[in-house]
Ligand binder design. Structure first.
Ligand code: SF4
Length: 321
């Protein structure tokens, strides 16, 4: 029999969690574009990797497509926060599309690093997940110079022209710890491997991992709110388990939380990925409260104040109005 009382059942909520500056900017870009130009506004790929955000924007008139060729000639298209390869910009120009580039400035930073090192003829080892849109966009900046290293297992497959002229870059949403290990292993093969000028894993990814580490050891279960295609959300589940949570699950919203997960659980940790609106976390808190988890404590590990301006194409048109 479960001898716990409701008073002993608590929730530790990690902070920071949820929306980062890049996601906030990208979602606002679509909202403002809908206000400014009217529906439909086309969006190439999911603007951010969250099913609820995509559904909400669809209801307001956004039309999500996989490729620019699906967008009618001359229409408006927003590029997602994950960034696009130069070939996608060219294709859009060829179809006379009006583009709004909502690529996160921190992804653009990695694109610029890739271009700079490629111009100096370096071999670039891009640590990231094969098939992820961000990796495709970054690799598209210099395909002849960039090789993908998909985690530790990918290290053995790398071959470079000159071991003295190799740099590593990374996807912005990786596990900080795993990337450190991958780089260390790459360095055993290429001792003169050059580091990126500044961290490619972004502040939001890294802060959310720090925050989940702070609650994981005290939590029997960590619930991460996020979609299954969200890289940074999936990393939070892994980090929670690595740092002491007995179990950790990724849920899109409260309806995915199963009561059997909570049997015998005294403390639930709760956090959310960088593309998750806070209302979804509130929904999980309400469900937990209904199951006796009424003692809620927020654990803040890092303070965040980052903000990004809207894409310049949109600001220009908004100013004109
Ligand atoms: S997770 Fe990081 S790189 Fe991605 S949109 Fe947010 S701030 Fe930008």
């Amino acid at each position: 029999m479960d001898v716990q009382t409701s008073a002993t059942r608590r929730v530790l909520v990690a902070k920071p969690r949820g929306y980062c500056a890049g996601v906030d900017r990208a979602v606002q870009a679509v909202e403002r574009a809908l206000e400014q130009y009217g529906a439909p506004v086309y969006v190439r790929k999911q603007i951010v990797h969250n099913t609820h955000v995509v559904k909400t924007l669809e209801e307001r008139g956004a039309v999500f497509v996989e490729e620019t060729e699906e967008v009618p000639e001359g229409a408006i298209v927003v590029f997602s926060a994950h960034g696009v390869a130069p070939a996608v910009h060219e294709e859009a120009a060829g179809r006379r599309l009006k583009t709004i580039d909502a690529t996160c400035p921190l992804v653009t930073k990695v694109h610029n690093e890739a271009k700079r090192f490629a111009a100096k003829d370096y071999d670039i080892l891009l640590i990231g997940h094969e098939g992820h849109e961000e990796v495709e966009g970054t690799a598209g900046e210099a395909p002849e110079h960039i090789q993908l290293v998909d985690g530790l297992d990918g290290v053995g497959e790398v071959s470079v022209r000159d071991p003295e002229k190799v740099v590593w870059l990374s996807q912005t949403t990786l596990s900080v710890d795993e990337t450190t290990e991958t780089v260390a292993r790459l360095r055993t093969r290429f001792p003169n491997l050059i580091d990126p000028p500044s961290d490619d894993i972004c502040y939001a990814t890294s802060n959310r991992q720090t925050a989940v580490k702070a609650i994981a050891a005290e939590s029997d279960l960590v619930i991460v709110v996020g979609s299954t295609n969200s890289s940074n959300s999936k990393r939070l589940v892994e980090v929670a388990k690595d740092y002491g949570a007995t179990a950790s699950y990724l849920v899109d919203d409260a309806s995915f939380v199963r009561e059997e997960w909570l049997e015998g659980v005294r403390t639930v940790g709760l956090t959310s990925g960088a593309s998750v609106p806070e209302e979804l976390v509130e929904g999980v808190l309400a469900k937990l409260a209904g199951l006796g988890f009424t003692d809620v404590e927020e654990v803040e590990s890092v303070q965040e104040s980052m903000r990004f301006a809207l894409p310049h194409e949109l600001r220009r048109d908004l100013r004109a109005v």
